[in-house]
Design a protein around this ligand. Sequence first.
Ligand SMILES: Cc1cc2nc3c(=O)[nH]c(=O)nc-3n(C[C@H](O)[C@H](O)[C@H](O)COP(=O)(O)OP(=O)(O)OC[C@H]3O[C@@H](n4cnc5c(N)ncnc54)[C@H](O)[C@@H]3O)c2cc1C
Length: 492
Amino acid sequence: MLRRMTTEYIDVVIVGAGLSGIGAAWHLQDKCPDRRYRILEERETLGGTWDLFRYPGIRSDSDMYTLGYKFKPWTEGKAIADGPSILKYIRETASEAGIDQNIRYQRALTSANWSSEDAAWTLEVRDTASDETTTLRCGFLLMCAGYYNYRQGYLPEFKGYDRFRGRIIHPQHWPDDLDYRDKKVLVIGSGATAVTLVPEMAKEAAHVVMLQRSPTYMGSAPDTDWKARLLQWLLPEKAGYAIARWKNIQYQRWIYWQSRAAPNFVRRKLLKMARKDLGDGVDFDKHFVPRYGVWDQRLCLVPNGDFFHAVRDGHASIVTDTIAEFTASGVRLDSGEHLDADIIVTATGLDLRLLGDVTISVDDQPIDFSEKFSYKSMMYSDVPNLVSTFGYINASWTLKADLTAEYACRLLNHMTETGMRQCTPRLRAHERDMAGSDWIEGFSSGYIQRKMHLLPKQGTESPWRNTQNYTLDRKTIGEGPIDDGVLEFSRP
Ligand SMILES: Cc1cc2nc3c(=O)[nH]c(=O)nc-3n(C[C@H](O)[C@H](O)[C@H](O)COP(=O)(O)OP(=O)(O)OC[C@H]3O[C@@H](n4cnc5c(N)ncnc54)[C@H](O)[C@@H]3O)c2cc1C
């Protein structure tokens, strides 16, 4: 590996050119035009998730009026949009604002070391094409690196995995040449990916079986939001979008609040709706009644009831069981049943990772983030000049991404106005013995639980709480004072 030293200095480095990174760049250009920035992107193209995932039917599972940026109206017909339309929207945002000029592709940030003496980060950036590593300096890091491992998805250990003679596909790496017409397809998993894939593949496959360990809550909703369309038709584009966005934010909050306040009511309502769409031909209690509470995991959206209809019409079916082993022709279940398949899709989830796997140090001391408290759920105790984006688990990702970027801009402007160069969240004396709890509470999804021990902690009080509450965050993060007595400012 070659190493090249440069002394180039950039004010702000954004890591990642996905939905969050492009949004962060837009806010930075808009609110901090005096700051020079650059985006480092590991891949050859922008879009992140919406470029990487290419499985049949790939779509959002939240509405685009809230998954879209607050500054750029979503004008396409469907609120639940397909992956290519979302990618087009991100690309358009980047080119319209000239953000694409500031992206450096195939540049992976591998390590970042903060020097308190210089008030600067020294970044090691690997060129993924040549394997050459370059050094770059910057005053502020805005991490928009997503939340999962791009190289591989999560795959549990399956006995006899190599015995299967057909093709095994992980949805994160969908091959261009996969022909599943008239084939028997087995989809392992019951999350959003499986629920998207099954009805889509069932259109052409001989039959699709979804094999799940346990049932998931599914809610059917139309893919087009007619009220939002009407608002956009009646009002000027920006005003119509803003009201539709506000309406859907309130709706998301209402559903989540109801699920927490009256879980049995919401549970009954969801199950009743699913039962109606499915008809009488399935063992409903076995395959559709989850063992956990509503919103202990993300709710699976079924646009226009497509999944239920595929099952009702016999193009797809569900098996609830566990895998004993893979065989040459399918999988054998613990119940003894054998499921035959030509193609197996392992929709078994993501491999969560924090901060793009970058090794972060402060004054040459590596940071163990599991020992740190998260500040306003976007900075970390004792780690200066670093803001990272992590969306909500109970609302659209972009709501938090926009808030995070706006906060970073307010912080940068505050530092310019006061002549400060370093800002570090510090636990106050009475907080030093504060009990830490899981960063994400009350959420039992496997991909979060598997890696929870690596995530930072949250404290008992603001600003150390990770509220998962957009309305509250708008006040504390969006409008609260920057100099709050917790963020320590200095001019080294
Ligand atoms: C299939 C799927 C569907 C989803 N649907 C929804 C939905 O409907 N609603 C919702 O709210 N959320 C959804 N999500 C979550 C989704 O990931 C976010 O909505 C959003 O796309 C995340 O954007 P991001 O830019 O933060 O991260 P990403 O899209 O993951 O982009 C991160 C970028 O950072 C780059 N990167 C990472 N590490 C480094 C590094 N060290 N150096 C340089 N570059 C790096 C990556 O290459 C990537 O381009 C979905 C996720 C998946 C996987």
